[in-house]
Design a protein around this ligand. Structure first.
Ligand SMILES: [Mn+2]
Length: 356
């Protein structure tokens, strides 16, 4: 891949005085090699790029992976060890936020002369900043998700199970050109709306309930992630309509404030303060949003937990919600792309309360 990504890994090698970086996290492997399969490893040295996989991906790796020496083996660990010995590495970085203790133990045991150095979240810092081409892929994923939302407005009826709605989401994502869902769809109706991550269940959707739909897809390796809450028939709870209004306004305030240079904590506070001031303090129990790209949850975390300036060319979600146990919940989520002085909103589905 001659798009500068590998050169940036080589800069990390120089900076940390490493002979090589051993990369095990599959989304990062796809980012660096173009390989879209589920099992592979790579090693980047100052001069060479090595790619390891097994027989299942023999043809696919040769088709997708350019600029790498490819080794295919029933047990890639054998080839990985061979490379590390032949190259006479003395310091090798590894992705400590992804490797298991067991994998690290095996490496250290079989290669006792090598010093293995923890390199947490360095590739993640690279993937956080998007090129125009990457943003256009996320935008395409968002367009597919928008089309699926339109379809759901035709499909969802009282009497349907949440799990049936979830199946429709997955079906239409693929039908409209996505690789797959970027995560299992969340479909939470009525009282289940109070579960922020209410996976679609066997519950039947009833007339008068609000339904929270949180879903996204992957297009050419890049994710979308959108939430809309809709009413199935006239809402039976006036309180839920009021909650919808509060969430919508808090979401719009945060979207309008989003721009390159704003701090994550400040942006979270803008939505949170509005929700608190309107009587729902403590009912918005998660962060405002998260980065989005080759993974559905990336850096930065846009919340009180993290306080960094959001750079330009970052895609992240803005998704405030209010959750009342026993009653229900509302969440509204858009994906935005930061620019100097502003942001582009990448999805286009309407946000006012839709009653179907
Ligand atoms: Mn999200």
């Amino acid at each position: 891949m001659s798009n500068g990504r590998i050169e940036k890994i080589r800069d990390i090698l120089t900076e940390l005085d490493l002979d090589a970086l051993y990369i095990t996290h599959i989304p990062n492997i796809r980012y660096l090699s173009g390989f879209s399969g589920s099992s592979a490893y790579i090693i980047i040295t100052k001069e060479k790029n090595y790619f390891y996989t097994d027989f299942r991906y023999q043809s696919q790796s040769h088709e997708q992976v350019k600029d790498y020496e490819i080794a295919v083996n029933f047990s890639p660990a054998v080839n990985i060890k061979e490379t590390m010995l032949n190259e006479k590495f003395s310091r090798v970085g590894f992705e400590s936020t992804h490797i298991t203790i067991h994998q690290l133990h095996l490496l250290k045991e079989s290669l006792p002369a090598i010093e293995f150095v923890s390199v947490p979240e360095r590739i993640e810092k690279l993937t956080m900043i998007k090129t125009a081409e990457e943003v256009s892929k996320i935008k395409k994923a968002c367009e597919i998700t928008d089309k699926v939302f339109d379809k759901l407005l035709e499909i969802i009826k009282p009497g349907m199970k949440e799990s049936e709605v979830s199946a429709e989401i997955s079906y239409w994502h693929k039908k409209y050109g996505a690789e797959k869902d970027s995560f299992d769809p969340i479909v939470a109706s009525g009282w289940r709306g109070a579960l922020p991550h209410g996976m679609a269940s066997q519950k039947v959707i009833e007339a008068g309930e609000l339904v929270t739909l949180d879903f996204g897809c992957i297009y050419e390796g890049f994710c979308s992630d959108m939430t809309r809450t809709i009413a199935v028939g006239k809402p039976k709870s006036d309180e839920m309509v009021k909650i919808y209004d509060v969430v919508l306004h808090s979401q719009i305030l945060a979207v309008d404030a989003a721009k390159a240079g704003i701090k994550t904590r400040e942006l979270d506070s803008i939505a949170r303060k509005y929700i608190n001031d309107n009587g729902y303090e403590g009912k918005f129990g998660h962060g405002l949003g998260h980065g989005l790209g080759i993974e559905v949850h990336e850096m930065p975390s846009v919340s009180q937990r993290m306080d960094i300036e959001i750079p330009a060319n970052v895609v992240f979600t803005i998704e405030p919600g209010i959750y009342i146990e026993g009653l229900g919940g509302v969440r509204i989520e858009d994906d935005v792309f930061t620019k100097e002085g502003g942001r582009d909103v990448l999805n286009a589905s309407p946000k006012e309360l839709i009653i179907i």
